[in-house]
Design a protein around this ligand. Structure first.
Ligand code: GLV
Length: 293
C-alpha cells in the first residue's frame, strides 16, 4: 500500500511533485504514516497521539526542531528528521545582511527616503559603523554560527565564540556584535534577558536569526529605549508572527519576517531532504541520515 503522508502547510511545487510521486497525500494527520511538518506546527504528544499509532516519521521542514517534542516522539518510537546543512550558507548570509543593514543604517535610510524627507549629501549625515575591526560574538558555534563568522571575517570582523560551556557573561562584555545561532531549548529560553543585555557594551548590537524566545523581547525593547545597547537586527520573534509594538517604532532596529532560509533554491533543497527522510522510513525501512530522534 502507498504510504500516507500529511503535509501541514503549503510547500514549493517541486517538493509537492516529489511527494506525490511516492506517497498518497492526506488532508489530516489522523491516519498518516508520515508527516511533513512546518515550523509553525506544534508537534507534541497530543498531536502524535491524535495522528495514531501507525505514524512512523515526522520530517520537520527546518533545521530547528523546537516545535517538536523530541521526548514524546522517542517514547512512541517515531523518527524525527530535520533539514541541516542545505540552509547553512543562506541563513548565515541573512544574519550578515541584517547585521550590515543595521550597522550601515540601510533600512533607516530607505525609510527616510520613502517618507520623502528633504535631504542632501553631507559629510556628517547618517553616519554608521563598519563591521571592520569589530568583535563578533557568535552564541551557538554550530554550522550556521561558524558560517556567519566566516562571512563576517571577510568584512574584517574578529569572531569569538560562546558554546554551551563557555562563559557567556564575560564574552558579552567584549563584543561589538552579538549574533545568536543556538537552538531554542529550555536552557536557551531567554538566554538574552535584562541581565545579559546589561552586560553588553552600550555601543553593541544584537542580531537574532535563531529563535525568538532566546531573547526576552520586552527586556530588549527596554534596553534599546534606555540605550543599554545600540541596536538590534531581528529575523525571529518571541511571539511570532507578532512583533513587540515598540520595536516597530525604533530607527535603530532592523526587522525581517523569518527569512533566514528563504531562497527558492534552499527551500527546495530543504524539502527534498525532508522527502528523502520520509522515503527512507516509509519506503526503505531505514533510519535517515538527517534523523534527530
Ligand atoms: C528555520 O528557522 C529553520 O529552523 O530551518
Amino acid at each position: 500500500m502507498t504510504p500516507r503522508v500529511h503535509v501541514t502547510g503549503p510547500v514549493p511545487a517541486r517538493v509537492a511533485a516529489e511527494l506525490e510521486r511516492d506517497f498518497a497525500l492526506v488532508d489530516e494527520a489522523r491516519g498518516a504514516d508520515g508527516i511533513l511538518s512546518l515550523l509553525s506546527t506544534t508537534v507534541d504528544g497530543a498531536y502524535l497521539d491524535a495522528a495514531g499509532p501507525q505514524l512512523r516519521i515526522v520530517a520537520n521542514y527546518g533545521v530547528g526542531v523546537d516545535n517538536v517534542d523530541l521526548d514524546a516522539a522517542a517514547a512512541r518510537s517515531i523518527v524525527i528528521a530535520n533539514t541541516p546543512d542545505v540552509l547553512t550558507r543562506t541563513t548565515a548570509e541573512l544574519a550578515v545582511s541584517i547585521m550590515l543593514a543595521l550597522l550601515r543604517r540601510v533600512a533607516e535610510g530607505d525609510r527616510m527616503l520613502r517618507r520623502r524627507e528633504a535631504w542632501r549629501f553631507s559629510l556628517e549625515f547618517m553616519l554608521g559603523e563598519s563591521l571592520d575591526g569589530k568583535t563578533l560574538l557568535v552564541v551557538g558555534p554550530g554550522r550556521i554560527g561558524r558560517e556567519t563568522a566566516r562571512l563576517a571575517e571577510a568584512f574584517g570582523a574578529r569572531p569569538v565564540y560562546a558554546g554551551r560551556r563557555d562563559p557567556l557573561d564575560e564574552l558579552l562584555g567584549e563584543a561589538d556584535v552579538v549574533s545568536l545561532h543556538c537552538p531554542l531549548t529550555p536552557e536557551t529560553h531567554h538566554l538574552i534577558d535584562a541581565a545579559a543585555l546589561a552586560r553588553m557594551k552600550p555601543t553593541a548590537i544584537l542580531v537574532n536569526t535563531a529563535r525568538g524566545p532566546v531573547v526576552d523581547e520586552a527586556a530588549l525593547a527596554d534596553a534599546l529605549r534606555a540605550g543599554t545597547i545600540a541596536g538590534a537586527a531581528l529575523d525571529v520573534f518571541e511571539r511570532e508572527p507578532a512583533v513587540t509594538e515598540e520595536l516597530l517604532t525604533m530607527e535603530n532596529v532592523v526587522l525581517t519576517p523569518h527569512l533566514g532560509s528563504a531562497t527558492r533554491r534552499t527551500r527546495e533543497a530543504m524539502g527534498l531532504l525532508a522527502v528523502g527522510a520520509l522515503r527512507a522510513v516509509l519506503l526503505e525501512g531505514r533510519r535517515p541520515e538527517n534523523a534527530v530522534v
